[in-house]
Structure formats: structure tokens, C-alpha cells
Design a protein around this ligand. Sequence first.
Ligand code: TXA
Ligand code: MG
Length: 334
Amino acid sequence: MSGNRTILRAAEIIKEGGIVAFPTETVYGLGADAFNPLAVARIFEVKRRPYFDPLIVHVAHPADVKKLVKEIPSNAKKLIERFWPGPLTVVLFKEEDIPEIVTAGLSTVAIRMPNHPMALSLIKESKCPIAAPSANPFGYLSPTTAEHVQEQLGDQVDLILDGGPCLVGVESTILSFLEEKPRLLRPGGVSLEEIESIIGKVEVSPKEDDKPSAPGMLPRHYAPRTPIVLGWDEKNLDIYKNKKIGLLAFQETKNHLKFHSVEVLSKKGDIREAAANLFAAIRRLDALDLDLIMAESIPEIGLGRAIMDRLRRASQSLTSSPLVGGEKGEGELL
Ligand code: TXA
Ligand code: MG
């Protein structure tokens, strides 16, 4: 559904404690009033998401952050000025009144202002910040079209706003400001290079003693059902001789004949275009009942870092996931 009246209807649903799927520039989100714990609880149920995984709070104006956090460090301010609305999420110390279910009991909150007119109108008309994870079952690929949401969660959400395909295609970059030096928790739609050009070096390695503070950082996440192997060469193809294999190619490839099916992310090798196509292309391959998907590596510059991060997580073996504990498909996967 789309159009102004539909947005007003969606806002009514949010105010009444319902849940609405909505487009952002990165991926589709599944939103509820951030100050309504029962509504937020429904998001966790529908996604089958563990309660230790906090949500991002979406605002419609940078000034709305003040009410949600204790203080905004100057580096966070600079990035907000430069990149909002846009695919950057900042993690800051939270104000007490944000419900615990939103932040998984942490003393911090993740906040972003999405760059999509429908998302912004929805938040404004709802007159509350909207807590929203990506609108996919936990552990599966994020949706980049309204149809993806419809296929996987359609009968369980109150309304799906259709804003067309997401232009960025990978989730927001998450940056935490809890320590002296900002730390990258998840590479995403704003590149590390862009961030560092404004605030200088940021920490990119995970904190040593850390439990994964963002399940988007769990080894196996963003995973399709078909196993993915990252990187391939002719030798690999020999090993998998009688298997049905799909190729996820970065640019135009001459190897079509060697594979059952090929998805090219960007014919001309444009990383932005590749990111925008990534999840939909993996979904198409995943629907073909393949034995294996082989994915080409992409240069880790700009958005390439976020793409490779998602591909690495999608390609982790099931048993190496801390949540799976040897049980195939338990927990982290659908
Ligand atoms: O682009 C995006 O960020 C999309 C759109 C819908 O805005 N949202 C999204 O949400 O990707 P989700 O829930 O799929 O991923 C949010 C990540 C999770 O991995 C979560 O653990 C992390 O953000 N996160 C949320 N609050 C946090 C906090 N206080 N500290 C550290 N990580 C946090
Ligand atoms: Mg997600």
C-alpha cells in the first residue's frame, strides 16, 4: 500500500499499538511506538527475535535525539549533521524512560533518522519515535522490497507500506560513542572512509571482552537457506561437480556456462549498485533450490566493506555459530 492516506492509516495503527512494515533507504523496517513496550514485544514475537537483541529507534528530526539520550558527544553531532537523514546509526547512553525491551536492558540506545519520505512521514504522523528492526525473520536476509516483507511476514503485520525497492540496499552503519574513541559495530550504508574523513580514526575491531553487542555482528547472520561459499575458483567447481551451483557475481562474468544460474550485482562494477541489488539477488538464488551459492569477493572499499561483511556472515558454517551449538538450524537461523 502507498499514498498519503495509507501513511495516515499506518500512523493510526502505530498510535494504537500495532506494528507496521515501512520502507527506508537501507532496508524495510518493522516498526512500533518505541514507548509502547507491548507493541514492541509483538515485533520480537513476529520476527522470532531473541530479547537480548536491541532495536534501533528511528526519529524524524535530529533534534529528537536530545530527548532520548543523556548527551551527544561532539563527534556524534558532527556525523549527525553530515549524514542524517541517512544510513548511520549512533549508539549513545540512553535516557531512563526508554522501555527496557527496546534496548534489551542496556544502558544505551541506537538511533537513526532514515532518508526515506514515507518513513519520515510515518514517524511524524505517529508523533513518536519508532523502534524498528529489519522486517525479516531473525537471522534471515533483510527485505529490500515490500514483496519480500509480504512473502515472509505478510500475515503477521498490521500493514505494509510500499515505497518501492530500497536505494541503498544494506543496513545502516552502526557507530557507538560509549568510549573515548568511536567504535564501528556494523559496517553499512555510510562508509568508514566517509566517517573517518570527518571525525578521524575510529575503532574497527570488536571489543575483546564483548558478547556480540549487535547480533548483526554474530558470525552467522543475514543467511539464506542455501549454503554460501565466499570466493571460488575452477578447483572448487571440480569438487562440487555434480551439484547445482549458483554464482553471485560482482560484475559481468564470462562464467555463465559453468553454473546453474548466475546473478550479476552490477554489470559495470559499481559498488553502490551492487549493494542495492545484494539481498534481492541472494533471495532469487535462494529460491532456486540450489545445492550451493558461490559468491565472488568484492573490493573492501566504500560500501564494499558492508557487502563483504554480510557475505562473510551469510557464508559462515552453521556449526560455528555461537547460538547454534551444533544443532543445525537452531536459534540463529529461522
Ligand atoms: O538500516 C537499518 O539499520 C535497518 C533499518 C530498518 O533502519 N534496521 C536494522 O535493524 O538493520 P536490525 O534490528 O536488523 O539491526 C540493528 C542492529 C542489531 O544488530 C542490534 O543488535 C544493534 O543494531 N543495536 C541496537 N541497539 C544497540 C545498542 N544499544 N548497542 C549496540 N547495538 C545495538
Ligand atoms: Mg536485521
